[in-house]
Design a protein around this ligand. Structure first.
Ligand SMILES: Cc1ncc(C[n+]2csc(CCOP(=O)(O)OP(=O)(O)O)c2C)c(N)n1
Ligand code: SF4
Ligand SMILES: [Mg+2]
Length: 289
């Protein structure tokens, strides 16, 4: 019997069609996103669909799990199995789903507040287990849904509703944290580059182990500092760097330092010593964070 995928939008996710008929429309939800026009999360949604198509993964083999936030509404906007859980709890729910059905591609999604604030404990513990999960964080450096409060990745000195005299706390560095916590695919992408992001997400889904893809996904309504032009001036692709991104080695400390500077980074799962064997694709933010 031929391999099967999913048919047109609106049909039940469990109703399969031939894989050869799989297109971007196969992942089209009946529900249109209600994000603000220009929100970076549109780019992430598109890139995720492109990645699934690239990998020829049909909707009925995908579960998208989220927490709470504007970004966490994403499972409703893609045709796949979905679960909108509690604030900060996407990863434990994703872990349970993965353990219950290892054949499912489990993709956790959410925001910086969800994953690096209230969900920080789950973030670290999930990474140290290095389960085969993909985690896409739409990092807009504020709490978007609750109207613009400072988050764990808000820049030092930034004025927000909760930091009217400037944020006094330095931001967490999710990439460095992921490297030292045991994630084996650590990458960064930018909503302004959906094709590049799609390839980065596809790499994470194909990777066997925990994959973090932190995406600079501008909140056009509540973050007037970290805008598309602001990022465009600062990001670059690792592939374009003069320094070779393949075949170099270092220890965890060096990897961590590199993650502070470089945005995308993959460690070989086979190396328990956490040696870096491969760095690839993604954008880099050159400011101090
Ligand atoms: C336990 C709990 N605390 C607080 C909230 C309120 N709340 C909902 S979303 C959110 C932050 C969302 O920020 P982020 O995860 O960055 O998502 P964004 O909206 O920026 O995409 C908060 C504090 C909640 N729903 N549940
Ligand atoms: S408030 Fe910000 S994060 Fe939320 S939908 Fe609007 S632009 Fe996107
Ligand atoms: Mg946010």
């Amino acid at each position: 019997m031929a391999a099967v995928a999913e048919p047109t939008p609106g049909t039940a996710v469990s109703e399969p069609i031939h894989l050869a008929e799989l297109t971007l429309d196969s992942y089209e939800s009946l529900v249109s996103p209600d994000w603000c026009p220009g929100c970076g999360d549109f780019g992430v949604l598109k890139a995720l669909k492109m990645a699934l198509l690239q990998l020829r993964i049909p909707p009925h083999q995908v579960l998208v799990v989220s927490g709470i936030g504007c970004s966490s509404n994403l499972p409703g906007f893609i045709r796949a199995y979905g679960l909108h859980s509690l604030h900060g709890r996407a990863l434990p729910v994703a872990t349970g789903a993965h353990l219950a059905n290892e054949k499912l591609h489990v993709i956790a999604v959410g925001g910086d507040g969800d994953g690096y604030g209230i969900g920080m404990g789950h973030f670290i513990h999930t990474m140290r287990r290095n389960l085969d999960l993909t985690y896409i964080v739409m990092d807009n450096e504020v709490y978007g849904l609750t109207t613009g409060q400072a988050s764990a990745t808000t820049m030092l000195g930034m004025n927000t509703k909760t930091t009217p005299r400037g944020n006094a706390e330095p931001p967490v560095n999710p990439l460095a944290l992921a490297v030292v916590s045991g994630a084996t695919y650590v990458a960064r992408a930018f909503s302004g580059e959906p094709a590049h992001m799609a390839a980065t997400i596809a790499g994470g889904i194909a990777h066997r182990g925990f994959a973090l893809i932190d995406v600079f996904s501008p909140c056009v309504t509540y973050n007037k500092l970290n805008t598309y032009p602001w990022f465009k001036e600062r990001v670059y692709k690792l592939e374009d760097e003069a320094r070779p991104t393949w075949g170099w080695r270092s220890n965890a400390r060096t990897n961590s330092a590199t993650a502070s500077r470089w945005a995308s980074f993959t460690r070989s799962r086979r190396r328990s010593t956490r040696r870096a064997t491969r760095c690839f694709s993604a954008a880099h933010w050159s400011t101090n964070r």
